[in-house]
Design a protein around this ligand. Structure first.
Ligand code: FAD
Length: 400
């Protein structure tokens, strides 16, 4: 159930294995978040080697060995081979990110739906799951236009996504359905999201929408190199997304991070470059260190920095500029969610222990990963795994 990458994959595997599959989705069509993801180039997976790839996945109670074996069973090459089988060739960028050569999601989604038809998957859209009554068979209550319907199923795979971009159908309403059944679900939280901070008006006037290129962001002993974007509300970008799991503290969302505005130079080198400066400090720093306009505006306008009266202090700040992040942006705007069904509730086959015959896949499980193709890969692999497990479960629990 759920027509995102996890549910689409699970339906495909189960149907290919001979099950009679119906794919239900709350929206009028499936794959809406996949289409949104494709707007800026669909990053399907990443070309990274297996162990560092697995290390990208995080979560407070992540069962890393289980996830490793799930990803091992369906890794980045398997995903690329599968896409190629649908007629979608892929290419890896120098960053390791893997895209369809067309960069688009729509041709892949169309081919995937065609594959479903060939395999005999029935698609029931406009079916929002309202409740689940476990049993033999399970009874599923759906809201459809104008009426509620009850459907019976021997096995159920839930792949209802997280809680970001609810307009795509991923509303997270399933959290209360599972909690009512006594299943522990970690609250959905924004992951891969921007953070808010108080920019002075003068800074925004000059550099809103400008990148902070080639910086390093550090917190808690971890540093990430990359690019950030100055936005009206704060900052967006890869280094923040990567540090997200350690930046999110449950009680107090505000955290102070440090920004290295010139990571390619050591502190002594920066001091040397600024040697002899005795006036126009920021202008000289910009010229001598080739700082971009956004970095320059920060040194000029952030009230907690300066006044500049020594090249040493300026150099130290350029290498370690403190920034107070107030809070993450709301879940609805995030690229993905952290939280979800706790791993302790799941068998090795991703079946909910308390609900035999009910499996989960995709973003609704309590794992998170940075952008770079790891999200779709995680959903695809868990969708495959849940479907294979469901098939085995059906076989050993078949009616006499
Ligand atoms: C802007 C943006 C860009 C992204 N870009 C990338 C990228 O390039 N690469 C990458 O790896 N990841 C990317 N992602 C993340 C990726 O799209 C998601 O991680 C992935 O789609 C999650 O897959 P899923 O199958 O778990 O759930 P979803 O894709 O969220 O699908 C869940 C489905 O379940 C349905 N559903 C939910 N509740 C119910 C219910 N109660 N009853 C019936 N149906 C229900 C929904 O309608 C939806 O179709 C991006 C996300 C966003 C928002």
């Amino acid at each position: 159930m759920g027509g995102g990458p996890a549910g689409l994959r699970a339906a495909e595997i189960a149907a290919a294995g001979g099950a009679q599959v119906t794919l239900y989705d709350a929206k009028r069509s499936v794959g809406r978040k996949l289409l949104v993801a494709g707007k800026s180039g669909l990053n399907l997976t990443n070309d990274e080697a297996f162990e560092p790839f697995v290390a990208r996945y995080q979560g407070p109670e992540l069962r890393r060995d289980l996830l490793r074996s799930i990803l091992h069973g369906c890794d980045n090459m398997a995903l690329r081979t599968w896409a190629s089988g649908l007629g979608i060739e892929t290419k890896a960028a120098s960053s390791g990110k893997v895209f369809p050569t067309s960069m688009k999601a729509a041709p892949l989604l169309r081919a995937w739906i065609r594959r479903h038809r060939e395999l005999g998957v029935t698609s029931e859209v406009n079916h929002e799951l309202l409740g689940l009554q476990p049993g033999k068979p399970h009874r599923l209550l759906f809201c459809t236009p104008g009426k509620e319907v009850v459907v019976q199923a021997d096995a159920v795979i839930l792949a209802l996504g997280g809680g970001s971009w609810p307009s795509t159908g991923s509303t997270g309403h399933w959290v209360s359905i599972l909690r009512e059944l006594g299943i522990e679900v970690a609250s959905l939280e924004p992951a891969n999201c921007g953070w808010e901070l108080d920019w002075p008006a003068e800074l925004l006037q000059g550099v809103e929408g400008h990148p902070l290129k080639n910086i390093a962001l550090a917190f808690g002993g971890v540093s990430r190199h990359g690019e950030l974007m100055i936005t009206r509300y704060g900052l967006e970008g890869g280094p923040l997304y990567h540090l997200g799991p350690i930046l999110r503290t449950r009680e107090n969302p505000a955290v102070t991070v440090t920004l290295d505005l010139k990571p390619s130079f050591g502190l002594e080198e920066v001091k040397k470059k600024l040697g002899g400066v005795s006036s126009n400090y920021v202008r000289e720093a910009r010229r001598r260190l080739n700082l971009d306009p956004a970095a320059t505006a920060m040194l000029r306008h952030l009230p907690h920095l300066g006044p500049w009266n020594s090249p040493e202090i300026l150099a130290t700040t350029i290498k370690s500029c403190p920034l107070k992040l107030l809070r993450p942006r709301p879940l609805a705007e995030a690229i993905s969610s952290a939280g979800g069904v706790r791993w302790s509730e799941l068998s090795d086959g991703l079946m909910i222990n308390q609900l035999p015959g009910v499996f989960v896949a995709g973003e609704m499980i309590d794992w998170e990963a940075p952008t770079g193709g790891y999200l779709i890969q995680g959903c695809f692999a868990t969708g495959s795994h849940a479907a294979h497990s469901a098939m085995r479960w059906l076989e050993s629990n078949a009616k006499p």
